[in-house]
Design a protein around this ligand. Structure first.
Ligand code: FE2
Length: 407
């Protein structure tokens, strides 16, 4: 009986409530209310899946719509059986100067360190209002036959946060669960059954790439593990998506993906390179503010750099300072059982502003259309300590050099 929520539409007026029941399907109804509205009901659907010798519980997904912005709602699931009550707060109405604080967590897993990361996020005085999760959730695939009980236990572990605030999902390699040796040939089967996202609302045709608006941010989620070459669905969607971003409405353009493009660790080295070649010119053209990725179990923040001049024959292939380029942040340090990525390429590249192999999480605290305060929090520090921080200047409304090094 594990509950989680995520944004259910493009604007933040809907919430997808998901939960699992074990013995019998029970009701798909979510009962919800605020201090200003009477009790209402919303109906959803139930699904199950099998994975090798595992059969899932009854997985319910119910979308609550037409919510009021900036309002605390209580909700109840398990109607008529074991009722459980939770609450969430809807985001403020989308607008250019709306402050909002996002948490950033990646590669979480379910270890002692994972628990520490989540506790630090919960007790961070910066108070994240929604989590941008950059992929690799349960690490069930590291257990024999991808033991899907681990998906259940991960749901139970994270419920204490994700039942009360939305986590925005990105698919990582540990979501693929492709295991032909045990007859499991449909990629992303457990992930897509358990974690629904509002992809249709942004015109996407698959749950692995989509966008949402939340407060003053426009968030684009991409899939490192779906086709992204020219003519593919993801490519076509992103090509049409980027021109739609109205920076007068949502100044902050944030991209989430799993595999980082700029990574100077000796882990997963250059795995993001092919996608970078395809999409980096667009990120510069449309002045993406920041790209968050995971995958590498460590922390790294880049300067604003691009590497888009190379054209096969000119030999110009080196990252250069570029004030139209995003900052690239690797935040794959959630604390899963695979441990830290401690081995780095030497020397540290000039474009790498800060790198450290410690577990932790980050917060991105938008103040208004021009300024956002970003902080990385290590698990070995106190809850309020930022080990690395940066004032972001918005690339559209305040495109002043915001680099933190003198180089
Ligand atoms: Fe990964």
């Amino acid at each position: 009986f594990k509950v989680h929520i995520t944004q259910g539409d493009q604007l933040g007026k809907a919430v997808i409530v998901s939960w699992v029941t074990v013995e019998e399907p029970g009701s798909n109804t979510v009962l919800y209310w605020s201090a200003y509205s009477k009790k209402q009901k919303s109906e959803g659907k139930v699904t199950t899946y099998k994975f090798y010798n595992y059969t899932s519980g009854y997985i319910h997904h119910t979308t609550i719509r037409n919510l009021k912005f900036n309002t605390k709602y209580y909700y109840v699931v398990g109607i008529g059986h074991t009722e459980r009550q939770f609450w969430f707060i809807t985001p403020p109405e989308v607008g250019p100067d709306v402050p909002y604080t996002f948490g950033l967590i990646g590669d979480l897993g379910q270890s002692f360190d994972s628990n520490k990361t989540l506790t630090h996020y919960e007790l961070n005085p910066q108070k994240g209002q929604a989590v941008l999760f950059v992929g690799d959730l349960s690490y069930a695939d590291n257990y024999p036959n991808h033991d899907n009980v681990r998906w259940d236990t991960w749901g139970r572990f994270t419920e204490r946060s994700v039942a009360y605030q939305p986590w925005i999902w990105t698919a990582g390699n540990h979501e693929i669960d492709f295991a032909p040796e045990i007859g499991e040939t449909k990629p992303f089967k457990p992930y897509t059954h358990r974690y629904h996202v509002p992809y249709k609302a942004s015109g996407s045709t698959a749950p692995f790439w989509y966008s949402i608006k939340r407060a003053s941010a426009y968030i684009i989620v991409l899939s490192s593990y779906s086709a992204y070459g020219k003519y593919t669905p993801q490519y076509q969607w992103l090509e049409q998506e980027l021109p739609k971003v109205n920076r007068s409405e949502t100044p902050w353009l944030i991209v989430l993906m799993h595999s980082p493009w700029y990574n100077s660790y000796n882990y997963h080295y250059m795995e993001g390179e092919t996608m970078r070649v395809m999409y980096e010119p667009w990120f510069v053209k449309y002045k993406v503010d920041v790209v968050f990725a995971g995958h590498v179990h460590a922390y790294e923040r880049s300067e604003r750099i691009s590497n888009v001049a190379y054209n096969i024959v000119n030999g110009i292939c080196i990252p250069v300072k570029d004030q139209s380029a995003p900052v690239y942040i690797t935040i794959g340090d959630g604390g899963n059982l695979e441990g830290l990525a401690t081995n780095m390429t030497e020397p540290q590249p000039a474009y790498s502003a800060y790198r450290e192999a410690s577990f932790g999480h980050a917060t991105f605290d938008i103040k208004n259309r021009t300024h956002a305060y970003y902080g990385w929090h290590r698990n070995q520090d106190g809850y309020a300590v930022t080990a690395d921080s940066m004032w972001f200047f918005n690339r559209y409304h305040h495109p002043v050099d915001d680099s933190t090094s003198a180089q």
